[in-house]
Structure formats: structure tokens, C-alpha cells
Design a protein around this ligand. Structure first.
Ligand SMILES: [Mg+2]
Length: 264
């Protein structure tokens, strides 16, 4: 995709919600302009909160990584799909609700931290994130539970994840296997849904009109930002953008976060 001329003026930026992978880092490598941009915003007192669909890392893991890149953060700066999913469940279900978890240890921790019980016996909810140890047995238990009435929740809809050598199936691909077999539509927590954006906004306490949503993917980051009413910024440092006319276009397309004006 070519870099398009931006047609509107930048708002006076008072808060930032941002994706992580492809924006602040690529895998284990920091994107230096981005780290510097966030440090500049920090110095100006502009609050930011990261929202990540990745359910295989805890907020603490993310903070350790960001601090290692020289961007001092705390867990207040990070909203994960796993923690958001657990909080959403607790809005409708009491402590002790039985949950079957397909996912990484970080997702299991988020569920346990929310005082929910992990079990494969008669769960009320099946929650699925990225599970690199997925087996047919796990899929069987999930499908069987959903057919017996359990609610199916996915941490995120991402179908493909980039790897150093190519791609791997994401949480959405595993979720789709169960949803297809059981013929149900799962509840999705991560972007493009707005739950994590709303969680970030309540932490920032900023107005939607002066808060940016920054991301590298139109189907997830930009759609979530637009749905939540934020000014959406696509940065071309991550996954190569796919043209899809059915999706809402970003308000701005930039190649470096340093192109975002600090002040007007
Ligand atoms: Mg990304």
C-alpha cells in the first residue's frame, strides 16, 4: 500500500491507545522511532495505554519487555485480551463459575485471578486463546461442552500470526474449528471489538475526540478504533496492510510514530 496523503488535520492529542506488535516492536526487536515517540509523549504528560489481542503474555510480561526497550511502563499501561475476557465474564457470572480454558498459561492465570474455576467438567463457559499445545482432545472437550450449552468466548479473532519463517495459525483459527463444529457464533473479546478500547479509555480518562488509536492492522486495530469513536492511525511498521473495501479506512496512515505532531 502506498502512503496516502492525509486529508484531515491532526487533533490535539491528549491520550493514546495503541497496539503493540508491529507498532512498538516486531517480535523481540524494538521499533526505535516508536519507543522514542512514546518516551516523548510520556515527557509531555500525554497518557497512553497499550491494547493487545495476544493472550499468551500477561501485562507483567509486556511491561518487562517494554522496560527492556527503554520505555518505562507499569501494568496500568497494558490491557490484554486475556484479562479483559476474565473481567467481562465476571460482569455476568459469579466467582466460582466453571470455565474450560484452551490457551496459554497467561489466559489460565487471568481466569484464576478473576476467581473463576478452571475445569473440563460441565463448564458454563469455554474460553479459547492461542494454544500452541492444542490437541484433538482439547477441541473435543470444547465442542462437547458448547453442544451441551456452554457459552463460547474467544480472546481474539486473529487467524494468522507472523513468525520468523512464515505464519502460524492464530487463536481465531483454533476458535473457528470449535465454532464451526458446534455451529455457534462465538463472543469475541479482542479487537475489532471495543471491549479493550473501552477498558483503556476508562484508565486514560480522556475524551474520544482527542484520543488516538494506533495500530498496524486495519481489520482489528483500525476497526476497533473507529467503532469506539477514536481518531485511528495506521502505522506501516508491522503486518503488510491488506486492501479490503468492506472495512473502514484509517483516518491517518503514517510510516513512523514520530510523524504524529506532539502539539498543534
Ligand atoms: Mg499489531
Amino acid at each position: 500500500m502506498v502512503e496516502l496523503a492525509n486529508t484531515m488535520d491532526w487533533p490535539l492529542v491528549k491520550g493514546i491507545v495503541s497496539d503493540l506488535d508491529g507498532v512498538v516492536y516486531r517480535g523481540r526487536t524494538a521499533i526505535l522511532d516508536a519507543v522514542e515517540a512514546f518516551r516523548n509523549w510520556q515527557a509531555e504528560g500525554i497518557p497512553f495505554c497499550f491494547v493487545t489481542n495476544n493472550s499468551t503474555h500477561t501485562a507483567k510480561d509486556v511491561v518487562t519487555k517494554l522496560n527492556g526497550f527503554g520505555l518505562e511502563t507499569t501494568q496500568d499501561n497494558v490491557v490484554t485480551s486475556a484479562a479483559t475476557a476474565a473481567q467481562l465474564i465476571r460482569q455476568s457470572y459469579p466467582a466460582g463459575t466453571r470455565i474450560y480454558v484452551v490457551g496459554a498459561p497467561s489466559l489460565r492465570k487471568a481466569i484464576l485471578d478473576a476467581e473463576l474455576v478452571i475445569t473440563d467438567k460441565q463448564p458454563a463457559i469455554v474460553i479459547m486463546g492461542l494454544d500452541r499445545e492444542i490437541t484433538h482432545e482439547k477441541l473435543r472437550i470444547a465442542v462437547d461442552a458448547v453442544l451441551k450449552g456452554a457459552v463460547l468466548i474467544g480472546t481474539n479473532p486473529d487467524l494468522l500470526l507472523p513468525t520468523p519463517t512464515g505464519f502460524e495459525p492464530g487463536a481465531g483459527a483454533i476458535l473457528t474449528a470449535v465454532a464451526t463444529a458446534a455451529r455457534v457464533k462465538p463472543i469475541i473479546v479482542g479487537k475489532p471489538e471495543v471491549y479493550m478500547i473501552e477498558a483503556a479509555l476508562s484508565r486514560l480518562g480522556t475524551d474520544r475526540a482527542t484520543t488516538l488509536m494506533i495500530g498496524d492492522q486495519i481489520p482489528t486495530d483500525i476497526q476497533a478504533g473507529k467503532r469506539a469513536g477514536l481518531c485511528s492511525v495506521l502505522v506501516t511498521t508491522g503486518v503488510p496492510p491488506v486492501e479490503d473495501p468492506s472495512l473502514q479506512a484509517p483516518d491517518f496512515i503514517i510510516s513512523s510514530l514520530k510523524q504524529i505532531p506532539l502539539k498543534r
